[in-house]
Design a protein around this ligand. Structure first.
Ligand SMILES: Cc1ncc(COP(=O)(O)O)c(C=O)c1O
Length: 382
């Protein structure tokens, strides 16, 4: 499947996923039905949340989250410039304006609460946070900031499945699962995620009003599903508002369920690998490994290092490629994309430094730990 000697990520797929797919095929029902319902229940239980609603992707989930919150033209949504473009794109899709905030530091590349406070205006309706690489944002400060102003928090929790908030001062929301802290959140089951199903997503919320709107909007605002009619539970349907087809199907839900069963073990494997990386990177001069002192509180989604300067970064990426080791960069600064160039253009100094110096290295549950020293030796060589 890959020409890389060490790919950036790899699936932990086996007989469990094959059996899950076979189960769906044998059931002769492919569209949203009992597998999706079971996946939602199991996911909600893991999240200790009231509602989990399966959707076709996290992008769809973010779209529905913003719509459910009633965000639209004239509203502003403060969000990190260091993020996958989905949240910014969906902000535009609902007619609102993304306002980009800087990250805390190169060592803590999550949205800076003091930046959020500076950027909040009378038009701010929501703040999107993103738990970079699986380490959580400063949710205590962010929650205080937003709650006192009546601003909603949307968690882009795509990197942080299966991990709880931890604050050394033992303050709220200690122990609460990422994605269950804000008003509403979105998870992704894209191939490289900790739960990989190819495509798919989950919206999580404890607010019944938001859950109902998401449930309705994900299926054209229709009052029943084809499954309900198939089972004879409903004969017809009404459309209570315009909506979308953002439904998840049974095959993806079954794969997601098989992966969910492996999540705790695989997140621990990822953390163990991060600890090995930390030991190896510690011997390099001037390189930073973000969140390296809090690996035990991460989902271990990404292994990121920050090079001493952009030139060394570029040379390291080249040397890794020459050695057959795939690397990446999470993420380009969203405010610098052509499509967003006319948006908010604050200085975003730390984000821009980070994007010029960061490298994402291979990390996946089945990565052979012996590879880590070889990978870090390539960085040492430049
Ligand atoms: C942080 C983040 N947000 C949003 C998304 C979008 O997820 P999806 O591909 O499921 O729409 C991703 C996935 O790549 C992501 O990593």
């Amino acid at each position: 499947m890959t020409d890389w000697r060490v790919p950036l990520s790899d699936l932990d797929y086996g007989s469990e996923e094959a059996d899950a797919a076979q189960r769906v095929i044998a059931s002769r029902w492919l569209s949203m039905g009992p597998e999706v319902q079971a996946f939602e229940q199991e996911f909600a239980a893991m999240q200790e949340a009231e509602h989990a609603l399966a959707v076709s992707s996290a992008t769809a989930g973010l779209h529905l989250a913003l719509l459910a919150l009633g965000i639209g033209p004239g509203d502003e949504v403060v969000q990190p410039a260091l993020n996958f473009v989905a949240a910014a794109n969906m902000t535009i899709a609902v007619g609102a304006t993304p306002v980009f905030a800087d990250i805390c530091s190169l060592d803590e590349p999550t949205i800076d609460p003091s930046e959020v406070e500076r950027l909040i205006s009378p038009r701010t309706k929501a703040v999107v946070v993103m738990h970079y690489g699986g380490s959580l944002c400063r949710m205590g400060e962010l929650t205080e900031l937003c709650a006192t102003r009546g601003i909603a928090i949307v968690e882009d929790a795509c990197h942080a499945v299966g991990v709880a908030y931890h604050d050394t001062r033992n303050r709220w929301p200690n122990g609460i699962m990422a994605g269950s802290i804000g008003d509403i959140s979105a998870f992704s089951f894209f191939s490289n995620k900790n739960i990989a199903a190819g495509e798919g997503g989950m919206v999580v919320t404890n607010r019944g009003d938001l859950a109902e709107r998401v449930r309705s909007l994900r299926s054209h605002g229709m009052t029943t599903l084809t499954w309900d009619r198939h089972k004879g539970h409903a004969g017809s349907y009404d459309v209570v508002s315009p909506g979308y087809n953002y439904r998840l199907d049974e095959l993806h839900a079954a794969l997601g369920r098989a992966q969910l069963k492996k999540l705790e073990r695989n997140n621990q494997r990822r953390r163990d690998l991060l600890v090995s990386y930390r030991e190896a990177v510690g011997s390099l001069d001037g390189w930073i490994m973000p969140f390296s002192d809090a690996i035990e509180y991460s989902s271990g989604h990404l292994m990121v290092v920050v090079a001493p300067n952009p030139d060394i970064r570029d040379r390291a990426v080249h040397a890794l490629r020459q050695s057959g080791i795939q690397s990446s960069m999470h993420y380009p600064c969203v405010a610098d994309f052509t499509g967003f160039a006319n948006g908010s253009d604050r200085d975003l100094e730390v984000t821009r430094q980070f994007t010029r110096r960061a490298i994402t290295l291979p990390l996946y549950p089945t990565l052979n730990p012996d590879r880590i020293n070889c990978i870090v030796d390539v960085l040492r060589s430049v």
